[in-house]
Design a protein around this ligand. Structure first.
Ligand code: ADP
Ligand code: GLC
Length: 496
């Protein structure tokens, strides 16, 4: 199958969150399964083309915007360590800026930037003479591709037998724009904007709704989130729209590339380990990790270490941590290691916490892939109090490293973390349902009982390491959805 992937992120080249990892993993496994995918990404200023081996082509795109045409140059390269082609769309007015979405606030012209980019996907395929079976778009940034496919490009021979699949990674970011701008830039014009039209939501253009309404099939990143978002509480104002398209909405669990997240050969760890030497492996890594943060050797290294690697936003349940961390650290209950960046008020709080507890709050504000692997690999527990979580990846990474998740029972955590049952000795983590700090603290206390009790502590860690959430399964599930999308437009394609 030929798959054209439209995305604002792909790791390791441009990453703000889990979207980047998943787009990478899917392309990588589709390639291994014998399919051809081409990934199209904006050429952001921070992409080091020399380092990643991107070269300019002499292909110039003519991208219709409003009543005029704008230009872009294509750059080409490969997804590192694979044969997957990546094309970068170069337009310096739009993309030669510090951030992906904004730095730190969202760019005021994200409507125009991402509508331009969405349109350039088609022009890229035309320039490359690439005839896609599927256009696969991710999140609001590339949602307009679904509308372009069904209108401006519908009769173009290159796309007349292409189906559109739209994946929601996070319903909270919808790309809500001023209609006079967005309808004009997208060339649909205000005639297509009226109450109840596929572009309109509460009087504004809603890109997420555009993607949902125009796609042949819609996926989201875990089966449980696919159920949750049909309800107003999780639907972010779009639950009716999602229910309307409910028959075409499917949850596919994200997965892990275990070549990148494997404690047996992870170069970021202090010591590699496997299930066979898990007890010393974990212990030695934890000791070295604590030393690397300057925790003096005379301090109690046995204290449980709870880690967190996260964007510092309300979604991630940081407020629950704010509510109780200080008291828990004061009571010497555990040590806390955080790697994160995001909202100023949260960053300020963690600065303060680090100042107050220099050997108990081990904080790094910023972005670091090495430290992400270390915290996930060296901690005893990973805390995940999210208010909502479409899927979440770090809990799946953590399991493979025998780091036990303590997670709120929501979204993808429901599909990936099972409460440990000391009677059957089954389960991989600890969960709490209500969004409050007391319930979270109670889950932590249950976790610590197990931490202090053999054979349970070894058993739960073995259970965790043996879980398999390989992204290869996710890639295969997407292929099935692609097949259904093609059937929907009257094509029969056998993916085997
Ligand atoms: P989300 O996409 O909502 O942020 P996920 O759990 O799906 O949540 O994915 C987060 C990804 O970003 C993981 O790969 C995680 O390791 C990584 N990550 C988050 N914060 C940082 C950071 N400060 N430094 C390095 N990696 C980070
Ligand atoms: C989003 C979600 C996260 C998910 C990721 C990748 O950023 O917040 O839960 O794992 O996308 O799909």
């Amino acid at each position: 199958m030929n798959i054209l992937v439209a995305t604002a992120e792909i790791s390791p080249i441009a990453k703000a969150g889990g979207l980047a990892d998943i787009v990478r993993y899917l392309s990588l496994y589709w390639e291994k399964l014998g399919h051809k995918s081409i990934v199209v990404l904006p050429k952001y200023q921070f992409i080091d083309c020399n380092y990643w081996g991107f070269k300019p082509t002499d292909l110039i795109l003519y991208v219709p915007i409003s009543h005029w045409v704008e230009f872009a140059r294509l750059w080409e390269g490969k997804l590192p360590d694979t044969n997957v082609s990546i094309y970068l769309v170069e337009n310096n007015d739009y993309f030669s800026r510090l951030g992906i979405y904004g730095e730190p606030e969202e760019y005021h012209d994200n409507d125009r930037r991402f509508i331009f980019f969405s349109r350039s996907i088609f022009e890229t395929a035309k320039a490359l003479k690439f005839k896609p079976d599927i256009i696969h778009s991710h999140d609001y940034h590339t949602a307009f591709t679904m509308a372009f496919l069904k209108s401006q490009y519908r009769y173009d021979p290159l796309f007349s037998s292409t189906a559109g699949v739209y994946t929601i990674h996070n319903l909270a970011y919808q790309g809500i724009f001023d209609p006079t701008r967005a309808m004009e830039f997208s060339t649909f014009g205000m005639k297509e904007f009226y109450p109840g039209s596929w572009f309109e939501h509460n009087g504004l253009v809603n890109s997420m709704k555009v993607g949902i309404m125009f796609a042949d099939k819609i996926t989201t990143v875990s089966p449980n989130y696919a159920d949750e978002i049909r309800n107003p509480y999780f639907g972010e104002g779009l639950s009716n729209v999602l229910s309307l398209r409910g028959a075409d909405l499917i949850g596919i669990l994200n997965g892990v590339n275990y070549d990148e997240w494997n404690p047996e050969n992870d170069q970021n760890l202090f010591f590699n380990f496997s299930i066979k030497n898990l007890i010393e492996g974990k212990k030695n890594n934890k000791i070295e990790f604590l030393r690397s943060f300057g925790v003096p050797p005379d301090e109690n290294y046995e204290l449980p270490l709870i880690g967190s690697v996260t964007r510092l936003t309300e979604q991630k349940g940081i407020d629950l941590l704010l509510y109780c961390l200080e008291t828990h650290l004061e009571n010497n209950w555990f040590r806390f290691a955080l790697l994160g960046s995001g909202e100023r008020k949260y960053e300020d709080y963690f600065h303060y916490l680090q100042w107050k507890f220099p050997t108990k709050a081990l904080v790094h504000l910023g972005y670091s892939n090495t430290l992400a692997h270390r915290i996930i690999g060296c901690s005893d527990f990973l805390i995940l109090p999210s208010r909502f979580e479409p899927c979440g990846l770090t809990q799946m990474y953590a399991l493979r490293y025998a780091t036990i998740p303590i997670a709120r029972y929501t979204g993808g955590f429901v599909n990936t973390v099972e409460e440990y049952n000391p009677i059957t000795m089954e389960g991989t983590g600890f969960t709490f349902y209500q969004y409050n700090a007391h319930d979270m603290s109670y889950a932590i206390s249950r976790a610590f009982q197990i931490y202090n009790q053999e054979p349970h502590w070894t058993q739960i860690r073995k259970n965790a390491m043996l879980k398999n959430f390989s992204a290869e399964n996710s890639a295969k599930e997407y292929l099935k959805v692609f097949q259904w999308a093609l059937e929907k437009i009257g094509r029969k394609v056998d993916i085997e």
